[in-house]
Design a protein around this ligand. Structure first.
Ligand code: NI
Length: 167
C-alpha cells in the first residue's frame, strides 16, 4: 500500500468529473487500499479518488469511532434522498476549514463492491452526509461550493496565506 498526495482546494483538478469504473480489477482494489491508508493517515472519515487525482468513481469511508468499518463504494449512485440535516463539514482537500452544509438526512446508495457485485445500502446521519460529500467530489464539487461566494473568497484567501506560511 502507499500514501497518496491529496489535492488542495482550489486546485482545478478537483473540478474534474470522474468516470465510471468499467471493471473492478486488481488496479481498482489497489487504488481503494491506497485511498483507505491515505484517509486513515490524514486522518479523515472519507476520501474520493478525485482528491488523489484519480478520476474514477471510487470512494472510501469509515465513520466508526474505532476506525474499524472501512466501506468502499465503486460507482456510487445516490437515490431516495429524504429529509434534511445541517452539520459542520470539513474536507482533507480544504484543511482547517469547517462550515455548515445542508444535506439530506437519509440516502440510498447503489454501488459495486470490491468483487464487482452490485450492492445497495440505506444510510442516515453522518454516513449519509459523508456519502453526499464524497459523491460531490466525484462530480467535481467541493463542500465550499455549497457556501456563499463571500465565504468562498475568504476561504481561498485563508488557504493561500497558509500555503505561503508553509512554503
Ligand atoms: Ni472532501
Amino acid at each position: 500500500m502507499a500514501l497518496l498526495p491529496i489535492l488542495r482546494f482550489p486546485d482545478p483538478r478537483l473540478k474534474k468529473v470522474a468516470a465510471p469504473v468499467v471493471r473492478v480489477d486488481d488496479s481498482i482494489r489497489k487504488l481503494a487500499a491506497d485511498m483507505a491508508e491515505t484517509m486513515y493517515e490524514a486522518p479523515g472519515i472519507g476520501l474520493a479518488a478525485t482528491q488523489v487525482d484519480v478520476h474514477q468513481r471510487v470512494v472510501v469511508i469509515d465513520v466508526s469511532e474505532e476506525k474499524s468499518e472501512l466501506r468502499v463504494f465503486i460507482n456510487p449512485v445516490l437515490s431516495h434522498c429524504d429529509g434534511s440535516q445541517v452539520g459542520e463539514e470539513g474536507c482533507l482537500s480544504v484543511p482547517g476549514i469547517y462550515d455548515k452544509v445542508e444535506r439530506a438526512e437519509q440516502v440510498t446508495v447503489d454501488y459495486l463492491d470490491l468483487d464487482g457485485q452490485a450492492q445497495s445500502l440505506r444510510a442516515e446521519g453522518l454516513l449519509a452526509v459523508c456519502l453526499q460529500h464524497e459523491v460531490d467530489h466525484l462530480n467535481g464539487k467541493v463542500f465550499v461550493d455549497h457556501l456563499s461566494s463571500l465565504k468562498q473568497t475568504r476561504i481561498k484567501n485563508k488557504l493561500a496565506k497558509q500555503a505561503r506560511v508553509t512554503a
